[in-house]
Design a protein around this ligand. Structure first.
Ligand code: PFF
Length: 449
């Protein structure tokens, strides 16, 4: 590898960083509510199958390309084949991935800022700073801008410190904290009235929903967003992996951690919704579906915390700290995409690259906050519904068709010398060439109807 490039210092460092990217608002917020409204454990089942059958092979495409090329997404994709036309295509796909990463981060840091605000508000209450808490609770441009700025600065600071001292060190600190807060909250919420009904809604499958095509679509979108696919974030993390690490095993561990975390988050959110119902809070909308999306996070749960007195303030603090941490470890992987391009292609220093790209993305976030109703949902849909699956297909095609089979094998042998005899090698190359792109495209086209 090129000397001077960062590298993860240990397996666990990489695992926590990649799991940090994967585990985010999508797991704690998106997954449980989708499960609740799509047949409980039936959704869980489909999600698990798709995560391993579709998302894991696509994740492997990114990790393998990344470690083979040892470069940022643009350089990596434009160097996989000697043919100039394929290099040009790689360059264009790289730019597209970078743009999608930039726009996902621009809306993700706004939402991360809301989480931070919700964590700071009960802290201000607990410290008797009632007027500060009052301002934090407003939905003003200045509040949203400031909170987004704080989250963006934290992200920039971590990326400026580099792979080992920034991404790895902070993921190693924050991920265990995240897990402990989640477990602590589950322990508390499960003791409350109504919790068992929530567990039942989550864990007893409504199998009649399995034939519902929208369930499969939602589960695929969720799996792609959750595993951070299609934007080069996993590709760049793969490029910092050591040659001695076994890629298929690392990818499987990341997928397991991500799905495991989503499952565990469901054990908190679903019981919490039913505890809220037992307290008289409205949790179903007019159509009889559970209130999901922003209303769940910013109305149902805060209403529940409010009714729990001082314990509620601590719970609110813990919950939104959990969300802020989860958002931060995902945001750093998104910022690493443009920052690594700037460092490696323009030769500028890491702190400057992190500040320039982070600053530019913050400017986009400010525009979105300013024109929120016009821009926010459009940016979310464009990047996550269209951008991620289509780029996921492109990355599978690059791994399957553009990177020569013997180079793929050579790369995978590093860290796994007997790979040729493994089930993975017998299935994956064919799979990533034909099955994965076809299935993703098929599901994608269905979703446009
Ligand atoms: N995986 C993150 C989540 O589930 O919230 C979101 C995400 C992070 C998407 C990084 C894409 C990405 F590159």
């Amino acid at each position: 590898m090129a000397t001077g490039r960062g590298q993860f210092s240990s397996k666990i460092g990489f695992l926590l960083a990649a799991a940090g990217s994967a585990v985010g608002l999508g797991n704690i917020w998106g997954f449980p509510t989708q499960a609740a409204n799509n047949g409980g454990a039936a959704f869980l089942l489909v999600y698990l199958v798709l995560a391993f059958v579709l998302a894991y092979p696509a994740l492997m495409a990114e990790l393998t390309i990344g470690r083979y090329a040892r470069a940022n997404v643009i350089t990596a994709l434009s160097q996989l084949h000697p043919l100039p036309s394929l290099q040009k295509t790689g360059f264009i796909v790289g730019i597209a991935a970078l743009s999608v990463a930039v726009f996902i981060l621009s809306f993700y840091s706004i939402v991360a800022g809301w989480m931070l605000a919700e964590a700071l508000s009960p802290s201000a209450q607990l410290l008797q700073l009632h007027s500060v808490a009052g301002w934090i609770d407003t939905q003003s441009f200045s509040r949203n801008g400031l909170m987004c700025l704080v989250m963006s600065l934290l992200t920039i600071m971590i990326i400026a410190r580099g792979v080992e001292k920034g991404i790895e060190a902070w993921s190693t600190r924050l991920m265990p904290a995240l897990f402990l807060i989640l477990l602590g909250m589950i322990g508390y919420v499960l003791t409350q009235t109504g919790a068992t009904e929530g567990l039942r809604a989550y864990l007893v499958p409504d199998l009649s929903r399995l034939s519902d095509p929208t369930l499969i679509l939602s589960a695929m979108g969720q799996a792609f967003f959750s595993l951070s696919l299609g934007v080069g974030a996993m590709l760049i993390y793969g490029s910092y992996l050591r040659d001695t690490d076994n890629l298929p095993r690392m990818g499987a561990a990341v997928t397991l951690l991500d799905t495991g975390f989503a499952f565990t988050a469901g054990l908190l959110i679903l019981p919490a919704i039913y505890v809220a119902q037992a307290q008289g809070i409205t949790v179903f909308n007019n159509e009889g579906a559970l209130i999901a999306g922003p209303d769940l996070i910013f109305q149902v749960l805060p209403a529940l915390f409010d009714r729990m007195g001082v314990a509620g303030s601590w719970l609110a603090l813990a919950f939104f700290a959990l969300m802020s941490i989860a958002a931060l470890t995902s945001a750093i992987s998104l910022l690493e995409v443009p920052a690594s391009v700037a460092v490696e292609r323009w030769g500028i220093s890491r702190p400057i690259a992190a500040s320039l790209s982070g600053g530019g993305i913050f400017a986009i976030s400010l525009i979105i906050i300013w024109q929120f109703d016009k821009l926010f949902s459009g940016v979310v849909t464009l990047t996550t519904v269209y951008g991620q699956p289509l780029l996921g297909v492109a990355l599978c095609l690059f791994a399957g068709w553009v990177l020569h089979r013997h180079l793929l094998l050579k790369e995978l042998r590093n860290g796994h010398p007997e790979i040729e005899q493994s089930f993975f090698w017998k299935v994956w190359p064919f799979y990533v060439k034909f099955i994965c792109p076809t299935l993703i495209l098929f599901t994608f086209v269905q979703s446009l109807r």
